[in-house]
Design a binder for this molecule. Sequence first.
Ligand code: ASP
Length: 440
Amino acid sequence: MAWHQRTHWRILVALGLGIIYGVVAALAGWGGFTGDWIAPFGTIFMRLLLLIAVPLVLASLVTGVASLADLQKLSRIGGKTIAIYLGTTLVALVIGLVLVNLVQPGASIPESLRTTLQETYQEDLEDRQEAIDQAMEAGPLQPLVDMVPENILGAATNNRGMLSVVFVAFLFGVALMQLPRERAQPLLDLFESLNAVIIAIVGLILKVAPIGVFALIAGTITTVAGDDPADVAQLLGALGLYSITVLVGLAIHAFLTYPLLLQFCTPVTPLRFLRGIAPAQLVAFSTSSSAATLPVTMERAEHDLGVSEEVASFALPLGATINMDGTAVYMSVAAVFIAQTLGIPLGLGAQATIVFTALLASIGTAAVPSAGIVMLVIVLEAVGVPPAGIALIFGVDRILDMCRTATNVTGDAAVATVVAASEGQLSPTAVNGLPAGAGS
Ligand code: ASP
């Protein structure tokens, strides 16, 4: 199917045009027009992707778990997947910490700007206060408690509660596995057919992706800029070093850690992998949501990288929910950066605490835009940095969110490819450079 190959070019062109339009609109003062007439198409695109997130996670995980045939296979593939997810997240945290300690971006913020920023973002902070309060009051095991919903249907109505959907899907899958075949079959058929319908919907949504991506980027730029691009320039300039530190960390992880992992553990070359996963990265970049990107990540992994359905439908929904390497890099850099700007020294012990809490916080981060900055509060609390310090980084968070989400989904796909290779479930056509199913 030719459009598969063309997709990422079309999205890339749309992204470029959206950026150009956004900058022109900000300069020309078209913020109101863009917000009223262009940005809504971005919201619609985002909603189209989100509306299939819960059924996709449910259907693909239930069939994924149930198809693993027995509990032994589930614990083998599951254990391996989770272990690699945790391992890559730890590497991400260490990369972030090493970089932020080397670069010391917090030292460069002038006192006057710090005060202005805190005042400017106070309102934003108040808007999120409720979520932040909840995160601060929660005990250490709260994410575990939240994972088990009181009500199955309730869990399915909230994209932020994806971890509980994952839990319910697991429960269903394991139970289906234990039933006699003829008892389980009707429900399995139902979930399989639901899965197929959703994948077909993804194909339709991808056709309009360029329009959605254009509108999302244009809307984001004009919102950040207001009608005064000079503000953006000043803010980005001041927080530039911090942003660059996060971006370099993300780039090292995405373009070094994963390729090395792939090089050593799979026959897929890093370039082949990056070419295959690029459309998902672009969608992640423009939606800032791993959950919204999940359909595209799955499509790419299965149809381009040649990951078997068995592994993809298990590892990717799980990864979109718990594996947030980009968020981990960001959390470690941001926590230390805020401490540096506020003049709070963090010793080795405090940095070890950051690794531990950020690991948990990244797992608990919902796969939706800006979830990471709310969870960052937990990390700051743990090392005694005032959580209000996040006001400092609000201004640049959106762009970093876009980039960390792209890293998050790259990590999910890389790990799924490694697990598939280790299970002998990687299609050889993909390995030889052709997309799986090409020519069909
Ligand atoms: N937006 C990110 C994601 O969906 C989560 C975050 O805010 O870090 O992957």
